[in-house]
Design a protein around this ligand. Sequence first.
Ligand code: SF4
Length: 446
Amino acid sequence: MKKILLINPATKKDRVEIPGQYKGSDIFRYPKLGTLAIAGVTPAGYQIEITDETIDIINFDAGYDIVGVSAVTALANRAYQIAAEFKKRGAHTVIGGCHATFLPEEAKSHFDTVICGLGETLWNDFLSDHNKNPEISKKIYSYNQAGAPKDLLHGAPFAARFAEGRPGYAAGHVFSIMRGCSKACDFCSINAFFNRRVYKRPIAEACGELKNLRHPIINLVDDNIYSDPAYAKLFFAAVKNYGKHWLFQASTDIVRDRHLMKLLEEAGAKGVFVGFESISSLNLAGSNKNHNTVDKYKRVIDVFHEFGIVVEAGMMFGFDDDGPEVFEKTYDFFYKLNLDLMQIAAVTPMPGTPLYDRMKSEGRIISDNWDDYDCKKVVFRPRKMSVEALVKGTEWLRGEFYSYKSILKRGIANFGSLGFIGTLGYYLRGNLGFKKNHSLGLDYPP
Ligand code: SF4
């Protein structure tokens, strides 16, 4: 029987070096759904293992026939190192994920096979070719993303769940009902990856998979459930009685839809990640993030709180309208609004995005080392501050926002809306998790 190893690489800082000694808070450490989905579509007759470098050390000498690696840009160099090691040992190496999709020729110079786009739709084509003759499978697999059928996810096998629940992982399941996003933010890899198309699973199929999942926490990894409000309503109405706690991602405009908000509350929604990105209207307009209105941020946070949902804001710094004062202004702004959690990143022009092309054409990219694309280091020349000021400013903001004083003030203010479960289970754990990872200097994201 052929042995397949699927690998999720990690940055040097996040990688486990001593068995069992994981880096940072475990509440953010979920298995990657893409890898579970690949394992799920793999036909019988293969022995499959999954190695995640945030909790495992790769065994290069276990005699794998095929090694598949999924990587975002910050992990591309690590993926190439892994491929080199396995190639020395005679394994057939395959890469998928965002970075390889956008730069397939670069990826092909390190891996035997490159899979572009949604990997689970092409993995079995690769395996079938590989079975016939490994040489013919040494190529780039892709589909025409602009012309991909709308029913791409219909009938998809369920994700393999054997890697969930392992020591080191957060409690709960990763889950997906749709892929892609209807918006077109110019820095976003999702938008570039899916060509602004949204693929949905039939609700009965998603519910069928959900019924088998025992843990109450479901981390819905889809990028924006408000990409299709009608579909989201049908889904959350269908799962109302499943007894789950949902963590999900949505665009700010979701709060306009009180019917959907009510359905989310009834289904057990507990936490949302929302891309606020910036408190400058100029930055938002410049990023094509036109669905965000700074004047309405208070209302967005208040409506989520009204429905008992903890709000994690995605914020980026170093946009063209950001000067050195942006960090303190942003802190004051969200401190007053009692924002629950903030993911603080440097603007990072990822290859494949319109932002990258713009920065490149303006000659502002200052690093081609993919290791630097971790959203903490700065890889471009900002307009209104120095690179050093941007790095220092984001560090300062992480320290201030996750100071005990700030955590306590915001927690007390939000307790009435979030209650015991929301405050202790999600607000407090989230804040302490970010605080711990910040104090260790870990990479989050990715
Ligand atoms: S709304 Fe979010 S997921 Fe959608 S394109 Fe913008 S940043 Fe990407």
